[in-house]
Design a protein around this ligand. Structure first.
Ligand code: MSK
Length: 509
């Protein structure tokens, strides 16, 4: 399927870098700290270096999600409360975070916090690994509220709520007899304008399809077919039938414009931040420009369809039906709370994040097995993978949307806990991110850890067993937040552990 990515995977990852043991924040290095007692030229030990690398990862993720929300604020010209976190977070958690000094209080102070995290983790500033990781938790909270919550809320206000519906996913949604326009990225204003345009009778020759999280948002709100997730973005061009691929921001491979040179697809960048050499740039700034750019893209696709090369077409028949459009507003949370209290379900697991082509383990079967006892919520690219496997039936698996829509997962946890009259941490909830790729996936993990939910990663990033970091992620987090962040790369081991211990072991300890 993702042949091009597979070719490039021949370059092996650097295990030192993957485990965060390479310090490259100054030019006396880069310093490799492979053994437990190694130190960098400046004297930073392995704990400090690893903690700084983790913090910078979380800062990158928080910057992306908060940037997404900020672009939505600018687009929609709306305001939000300076006490946004206080209003959204459970009261007991807000008090805890305040006591620990990890709540940003001032309007837009959170951008300063992200910048200060980069400051604190540069050469010669914070050398206390515990303090550095405390900062990562703070950025997790910022990522959650000023990023995911705010972006989701603004998108719902601007474009409407998702509704439960059947949708079609996978590359077979590309139709050779139609003019195909694909939208890709995370920021939906242009995609929404296109969705409006293609409903018009005069545009019935257009087949609008989505990729990645922009596509996921369109699927949930309008039932527009989702052609692929992150790792299928190149395959969309290889179909030879996509006349325009309009990209906005985040998770867009620079390879697209090189690849498009071998096909006829026109790549159009539509966000001020995101430029790709050889792509056409049509930035969207407000509602009027979104509508204008949508019309220009349709006109461009109509002309460009004549440049298709039939000999190069590589079409897929893969198509699967998936039930999508769930949120905290339309899920049977009272019923789930009752089932949980009566032991009819053992818990709620959220399968979130990316599909990392380096991960070869079968996580689809893991969730299939887990769904016998647990409700499975899902978002992002892993949701596409579960959908393509035919699991999203709306009975045991529930698709809650794109990456920023993980705020909906947090709301499901918050509301169920409220109904049962418990704290989130007392309930058998799990965030499972088996195949992370981006900094955003790590930031999301730190957000849920701050909420008191255990977080699983299935890739060895953060597998820091020979450092004090592992102790922090397992034991110190538990002390304040009653949660832990852990790595388990083997689905069979994890399922065996969950069967044996359940998800509430932290309550018993
Ligand atoms: S798109 S962040 S690869 S889920 Fe949201 Fe997929 Fe991960 Fe990007």
């Amino acid at each position: 399927m993702a042949e091009m990515i597979n070719d490039r995977l021949q370059s092996k990852p650097c295990m030192i870098g993957l485990l965060g043991k390479c310090c490259k924040h100054c030019l006396m290095g880069p310093c490799i700290l492979a053994k437990p007692n190694d130190k960098g030229v400046c004297g930073a030990n392995i704990d400090v270096v690893t903690a700084r690398n983790i913090l910078r990862f979380v800062a990158g993720g928080a910057a992306a999600h908060c940037g997404h929300a900020y672009h939505m604020l600018e687009y929609s010209d709306r305001k939000y409360s300076a006490r946004y976190i206080e209003k959204k977070a459970p009261r007991y958690l807000y008090k805890l975070w305040e006591r620990l000094g990890i709540v940003p209080k001032i309007h837009f102070e959170h951008f300063k916090d992200i910048s200060e995290a980069l400051h604190a983790s540069t050469m010669g500033v914070d050398a206390n690994y515990g303090h550095i990781l405390g900062n990562a938790i703070k950025l997790g909270i910022i990522d959650g509220y000023f990023g995911m919550y705010l972006a989701t809320e603004l998108e719902e206000m601007e474009f409407g709520l998702p509704s439960i519906r059947k949708g079609i996913v996978d590359l077979g949604v590309i139709k050779p007899e139609k003019i195909n326009i694909a939208v890709h990225g995370h920021f939906p204003p242009l995609a929404e304008a296109l969705a409006k345009e293609v409903k018009k009778k005069e545009n019935s020759d257009i087949n609008l399809i989505g990729v990645c999280c922009t596509g996921t948002a369109l699927l949930a709100r309008h039932g527009i077919p989702l052609a692929g997730n992150f790792i299928l973005q190149e395959q969309v061009i290889v179909s030879g039938c996509v006349d325009v691929l309009a990209v906005d921001m985040q998770c867009i491979m620079p390879s697209l414009s090189d690849l498009a040179e071998c096909y006829h697809t026109k790549i159009v960048t539509t966000n001020e931040l995101c430029r790709i050499p050889k792509a056409m740039h049509l930035p969207v700034s407000g509602r009027k420009s979104a509508s204008d750019v949508a019309k220009r893209i349709i006109a461009l696709a109509r002309i460009n369809r004549h440049n298709r090369n039939k000999g190069k077409m590589k079409l897929s028949n893969n198509k699967t039906e998936a039930v999508v459009g769930f949120s905290e507003n339309n899920l049977p949370l009272a019923e789930w709370a009752k089932m949980l209290s009566e032991g009819k379900i053992k818990g709620v697991v959220a399968a979130i994040g990316c599909e990392n082509p380096r991960v070869k383990e079968n996580w689809v079967d893991f969730y299939r097995e887990l769904s016998k006892d647990y409700i499975i919520l899902t978002t992002g690219c892993i949701a596409f993978k579960l959908a393509a496997a035919g699991l999203l039936d709306g009975k045991r698996f529930f698709h809650l949307g794109s990456c920023v829509n993980n705020s909906r997962v947090a709301e499901v946890f918050r509301k169920i806990a409220e109904i049962i009259d418990k704290q989130i941490t007392e309930l058998p909830f799990l965030i499972s991110c088996p195949m992370p790729i981006t900094e955003k996936a790590i930031a999301i993990g730190f957000f849920f850890a701050a909420l008191g939910v255990d977080v699983h990663f299935g890739y060895p990033f953060l597998l820091t067993s020979d450092t004090k970091i592992a102790d922090f992620l397992k034991n110190l987090l538990k002390k304040d937040f009653r949660s832990k962040i852990f790595v388990e790369t083997n689905p069979e081991m994890l399922i065996a552990r969950i069967r044996k211990e359940g998800l509430s072991d932290k309550v018993k300890n």
